[in-house]
Design a protein around this ligand. Sequence first.
Ligand code: TYM
Length: 330
Amino acid sequence: RQIVVSGVRPTGNLHLGNYFGALRNYVKMQNEYDCYFFIADLHSLTTHPDTKELKENVLHVASEYMACGLDPNKVVLYCQSDLPQTTELYLFLNMMAYKGELEKTTTFKDKVRLQPENVNAGLLTYPVLMAADIMIHRAQLVPVGKDQEQHLEMTRTFANRFNHRYGDVFPEPRAFNFGEQLLKVPSLDGAGKMSKSENQYATIYLSDDDDLIRKKIMKAKTDSGPTEPNSLKPDYIENVFNLMKLVSQQDIIDKFEADYDNCNIRYGDLKKQLAEDMVNYIAPIRQKARDIRANEAELNIILKVGAQKAAESADKTISAVREAIGLKYF
Ligand code: TYM
């Protein structure tokens, strides 16, 4: 069986982008692959040094993982900081990564702009730690959204450099989605991807209650509709249709597409439909996450057992790595 690794940073509530770009694929993969899914708490320290809410966020993400359908009996579910083997591999991989290429990473350049007062070395080597997460289990497939594609390319580069220098230890991992393309879930204001952004109304969280979901969708950017039949959709309209494709039934989507092509679309109706379909999709996940979060003792056991299972796989890799590098003296 192929090995799968992926993770999410516990920097706040999970949103639709996390769900459709990543989590939904985790759930689909759990029966056919050997899956390791973790909560990337160390990565979150690069941007969120204040750890007051970290524990709550870690437990929240773990609950949402399971509410989305991840079964801890089928996958290994753990917290990144509970697997110190990852940080050891990170050190070795730092010697495979050049300063120039790290500085050119898109996410690093974004962070320099967003937090000029805290351009720490952890931000620069963020992709190296991510490569270590993946390579510690010698994974082949990594379910992620489009925004992580460059990090996967870098992981392959580091893996190849290691293999070239010290002998074959690592496979080449690749970003994975069940569709052809990696997904980028749009933001509701029509400005780029959905993220934990400043504009709270542009992002739908899995923890949002029904009315808030409705309110956000009704506020999504639209216009007065097309004036020419079969015209091209502006980005923000395409976005709304794309969201619909994620949660609505095909015949309903077809109807609105035809209305658009015939210039008699009513965006108010479309958004009402989308809002109801979205509520029906998210409400059960939200409820389940709350129930799971309420049983903290059980969550703790799941994460502890997960860390133990993850360590079995990680120890084998570290042993092979030390041997390949020549760090076994006696
Ligand atoms: P993070 O926490 O930013 O996001 C978690 C996952 O959600 C996906 N995602 C999206 N997909 C589609 N459309 C969107 N609008 C959208 N927003 C977020 C992300 O692509 C990601 O898959 N660096 C990672 C965490 C990480 C990791 C790893 C992932 C650390 N180590 C090893 C995989 C393997 C991150 O910041 O994800």
